[in-house]
Design a protein around this ligand. Sequence first.
Ligand SMILES: [Zn+2]
Length: 366
Amino acid sequence: MSAPETRPSAIAEDGLQLPKVLLHEHLDGDLRVATLFELLQQQGLACPVDSVQALGAWFRDRAHAGSLTEYLKGFALTVAAMASPAALQRVAFEAAEDARAQGCVLAEFRIAPLLFEPHGLAPDTVVGALLDGLAQSGLPSGLIVCAMRQLPPEQTLRAAQLALRWQGRGVVGFDLAGPERGFPPALHAAALSLVRAAGLPITLHAGEADSAERVVEAGRQGARRIGHGVHLVDALRDPERRHLIDEVRAMGLHLEVCPTSNVHTGASASLATHPITPLWRAGLSLSFHTDNTLMSSITLAGEAHDLLQQTPLTLEDLVQMQLQAAAASFLPAGQRQAAAQAISAWAAARSASVIGSHGDHPVPPD
Ligand SMILES: [Zn+2]
């Protein structure tokens, strides 16, 4: 018997209504297409196409090119367009409001503030403007400062010092982004050690383009969460490397998995074959995120919908992922607990059977 007509819309409704915790989204990959078009015009910058619609199509083409190089071209445009305090504030505010409209109840956004220095903006000005924008939204949120791992370690140290200047004032974490291969976290050990000593939580991109071993290395460098980590699936399938999975579990690492982004950058062939399902079944703590809504032309609710439709994951799985994300968030305990309560209350209202079958995920204290 064919599925009833209402099924896709019921999945879409669940995907939208499920209270979500967003841990992994880059602000320079999270602009509204219309905002980007307007900012490019305002600043007299060249746009590759001549309308908002064509710009949306331009990003969709690059997302599906199966090439990381094509995917990354969009960032040169967005960083240039965002290079004023007013634009930064607007982009941060709109990102938070858009996440809220997607059912998000708690969010962490990230960016590398030093990228704006060549555009004449001081890193502290960048962070201040972004935090002002986030604070204008009613969504509880925080900012993660990224350093670019392909740049010299001294630059990472400067980014770390910047993050620590804003610790307790809206900056909630530190990250290494950029090309993973050839730039392991150990290269930036001095900066990571400084951040760790100051008690600012660390999340590191690892196991996206490089191997499962990098995830464990990131954990040893002090990361509490991992951006992507999908190559852990290789260790899951190899008895000789299965100890890596045990180490990740023992360190309590939470994986910020970005399924569609992985398909677009070539880290995974499809959502149906994406490692999120086997890694979840292996009992790892993880959740799903958008990474770059603009570059991938996706939404947070759409990602929930696509996982429900194209993978064996159930709504119950997705609810439990949100609870794990709330527990793993770097935001204050009160906000994490409120998010966990909203998720549990929604799940209880929808189905009493949704709660409790995947273990407890108590929110740790600050
Ligand atoms: Zn990322």
